[in-house]
Design a protein around this ligand. Structure first.
Ligand code: UDP
Length: 367
């Protein structure tokens, strides 16, 4: 055998696994079907701005091991995510915190806010059964209607009643004046962009770009001991049990000849009517400056449109409802029968992982 490991996909899971394997002296080959490395964390430099080509990525974690590990391969800046919600021109702070409650109801103290939410929560009896019930139970109906319902329906193309409760639990609810979107001890964006981080992880490793493993299976299987597959698991099995559902995202990118479009990295449009879910202004991930510290004169913005995935589109988010979870578990069983293949990452394991969990899973995978 020519290689110990064939790693299909050069996203975060693939790149970390590859790095670990190489560090242990294994012979590694990475195949990437796109013409660049990095999967969906890929960034591209436009006018000095690192543009997150497949959507905004903000690294955050509570895990010391993961944080120390990624810091070996990149320096992280001190960016803290504080998205703003725009509901028909009314601006609210995210995640849900005292600024949000003050704007919504005029309340000033945590006690007043808690009282308001307790009143509104009464309509939910027992354990919340879906995203809508979970949201109302966490923040009440007013916030649900203005800041959650429209956004979620656009993002997922499904009613809030038909979505799992865990999705909304990703967002903290705080009775403090703290706009930090994440409950994470460590947070930041790699200086020089995510592409540089991935390049550093893959340093010295053979990577073949523009090669679709699924079209060349037989040829590659003969060359390797073990395969680490990070693409969609249903596609690996040629959809033989049926297709899993994913959400896809389309971006409309614009380079504008002004220094400041919206004054923040992320603005969420939480009404149902605006067709995009959010607008990202990439320069604010790096404080509007280039690496030498010069202010950037132009700006790049991306409007994000969510759509149901169909074959040929890029899958971004698994739809972890009951039907899909059941189908995934059947694919997982099929996968476990293959002793020489390990499935990893968001697509390989059909899981809505954040980047830190992806890194952790790759570090824990046996090399
Ligand atoms: N969400 C919302 N309003 C917002 C932001 C998020 O209702 O302004 C909900 C929505 O259902 C979304 C989920 O919270 O799918 C998770 O949001 P997160 O920001 O974690 O999503 P991601 O950045 O992964 O797309």
């Amino acid at each position: 055998m020519q290689y110990d490991y064939l790693i299909v996909g050069s996203g975060l899971f693939g790149a970390v696994f590859a790095q670990q394997a190489r560090e242990k002296g294994k012979r590694v080959l990475v195949l990437e079907r796109r013409n660049h490395i990095g999967g969906n964390v890929y960034t591209e430099k436009v006018e000095g701005i690192n543009v997150h080509k497949y959507g905004a990525h903000i690294f955050h974690t509570n895990d010391d091991t993961v944080w120390k590990y990624v810091n070996r391969f990149a320096e992280f800046n001190r960016f803290t995510n504080s998205p703003v919600a725009n509901y028909k021109g009314e601006i609210y702070s995210l995640p849900f915190n005292m600024y949000t409650f003050n704007k919504m109801w005029g309340v000033v103290t945590p006690e007043e806010a808690a009282k308001k939410i307790a009143q509104q929560r009464q309509e939910i009896q027992g354990e919340p059964k879906n995203l809508e019930e979970q949201a109302i139970s966490l923040v009440g109906r007013d916030i649900f209607e203005k800041l959650i319902k429209g956004y979620t329906e656009k993002q997922w193309g499904r009613e809030c009643k038909d979505l799992p409760a865990f999705i909304i639990k990703r967002l903290p609810v705080r009775y403090t004046y703290d706009n930090n979107y994440f409950n994470a001890f460590y947070q930041g964006i790699p200086v020089g962009g995510y592409t540089r981080l991935i390049e550093n992880l893959l340093d010295g490793i053979e990577v073949r770009l523009g090669v679709d493993y699924l079209r060349h299976r037989i040829e590659y299987e003969q060359m390797v001991e073990k395969i680490i597959y990070t693409g969609p698991i249903d596609e690996f099995f040629d959809y033989r049990l049926g297709a899993l559902e994913y959400r896809s995202v389309r971006f409309e990118n614009e380079l504008l000849d002004i220094p400041n479009f919206q004054g923040n990295a992320a603005v969420n449009y939480t009404d149902r009517e605006t067709p995009w879910t959010r607008i990202i202004e990439h320069k604010w991930f790096e404080f509007g400056r280039d690496e030498q510290g010069n202010d950037l004169e132009k700006t790049v913005i991306s409007r994000e449109y969510s759509s149901e995935w169909k074959r040929g589109d890029e899958p971004y988010y698994p739809v972890n409802d009951e039907k899909n979870s059941e189908l995934y578990s059947r694919y997982k069983t099929e996968g476990e029968k293959l002793k020489n293949v390990v499935f990893g990452g968001r697509l390989g394991t059909y899981a809505y992982y954040d980047m830190d969990v992806t890194v952790k899973k790759a570090l824990e995978a046996e090399v």
